[in-house]
Write a protein that binds this ligand. Structure first.
Ligand SMILES: [Zn+2]
Length: 361
């Protein structure tokens, strides 16, 4: 009976249409920040990925159930033990899904950034996209020498200026309690990240950040800020890119460089051949060498078939979590940046803030 209720509850929550403002108020700005501020500092204490332990334990438990079921079926010559094992696995899956939703997953259903901020209705022109790329190239050119002179220390979660910038951006976007930044951890699945060209991810069951071990120093601040945005409950990839970029360009020069480099990379993927040629022309040799180093890193590590398979799985996962654009939502950050209204210093304007009213949705 309890088993049936668990599975029923998982299905009900999975398919429920919840109003975004309700999810925002009760979960994303209510329960979730309290959970995140308790769990992430604990997982920050250990250098290894909690996810590794959880996966090993889950696989061991699953194998035990299956082996036990098969043995009993052979001994008794009956199918009942197999059905019993299948039932246990389904219930375990339902439990896992409920924990996922409670710890993180409901964030997929919160108020969208386009409803949170003042944004233009029309899609940007392709010329506007190229101009954003040209701005990114100009910033990289200007920042390159100083960024490389100052260097990248790693240990982003202890970087006071990056943390301060992250807090500032969160305050611009929401009245929710501030999220605790996570340590960039290595994982047993580091090779998978390398082969599939994944830069990083958040483990929703430990609210911790896992990073690709091959990231170049100047890539790390942006990847850290992107993953922290997920920890702040911005589950959508475009939104995490937006928050991550805003964070980087508000911090010290090496982080600013990382943020603009990310945006250049993203714009470069969105424009046509002619646009790409204009972007390439605008870039000086220093930043060009950094971009080439990233291309070389990806080429060295990736297994194209695994990369494609991995991104297909993630695409399915995103769509199952109501992200209709799937993995294409990464690139939607360019549209978001071009549509959002900014005040001086790339300060986005919240809806309602312009009217002097409460900015919470
Ligand atoms: Zn992400």
């Amino acid at each position: 009976m309890l088993e049936l209720a668990t599975v029923g509850l998982a299905l009900a929550w999975g398919y429920a249409r919840l109003p975004a403002p309700l999810v925002e108020r009760w979960f994303s700005a209510g329960v979730y920040p309290a959970v995140q501020r308790a769990v992430t500092p604990i997982s920050n204490l250990v250098p290894f990925a909690v996810l590794d332990l959880l996966v090993l334990a889950a696989v061991a438990a699953m194998l035990t159930v299956i082996v036990r079921g098969v043995r009993a079926a052979r001994r008794t010559h009956r199918i009942a033990p197999l059905l019993q094992a299948a039932r246990q696995l389904v219930v375990a899956l339902a439990c896992g899904y409920l924990v996922f939703l409670a710890l993180w997953g409901f964030n997929y259903r919160r108020v969208a950034m386009t409803d949170r901020l003042l944004v233009e209705r029309e899609a940007p022109s392709s010329e506007a996209v190229v101009r954003l790329g040209l701005e990114a190239a100009a910033r990289m050119n200007a920042l390159h020498a100083e960024a490389h002179r100052a260097g990248w220390q790693g240990d982003e979660w202890r970087d006071e200026e990056l943390r301060r910038a992250f807090a500032g951006v969160q305050r611009l976007l929401s009245d929710a309690p501030l999220a605790e930044p996570g340590r960039l951890k290595r994982t047993l699945f580091g090779s998978y990240f390398r082969w599939a060209s994944v830069d990083g991810m958040v483990n929703p069951f430990g609210l911790e950040v896992l990073a690709n071990p091959d990231l170049l120093p100047f890539e790390r601040p942006f990847v850290a800020a992107h993953e922290w945005s997920h920890l702040a409950g911005y589950a959508d990839e475009a939104e995490a890119n937006f928050v991550g970029w805003l964070t980087c360009i508000r911090a010290h020069v090496p982080a600013q460089y990382s943020g603009w480099l990310y945006l250049f990379w993203q714009v470069n993927n969105e424009v046509d051949g002619e646009g790409r040629a204009r972007l390439a022309q605008a870039m000086e040799p220093g930043p060009r060498a950094d971009i080439d180093a990233i291309v070389a890193r990806l080429r060295r590590g990736e297994l194209p078939w695994l990369r494609n398979a991995g991104w297909n799985v993630y695409d399915t996962y995103l769509r199952a979590n109501r992200v209709e654009q799937g993995v294409r939502s990464y690139g939607a950050v360019v549209t978001l940046i071009l549509r959002a209204r900014f005040e001086d210093g790339w300060t986005p304007v919240r809806r309602g803030a312009a009217l002097g009213g409460s900015a919470s949705p």
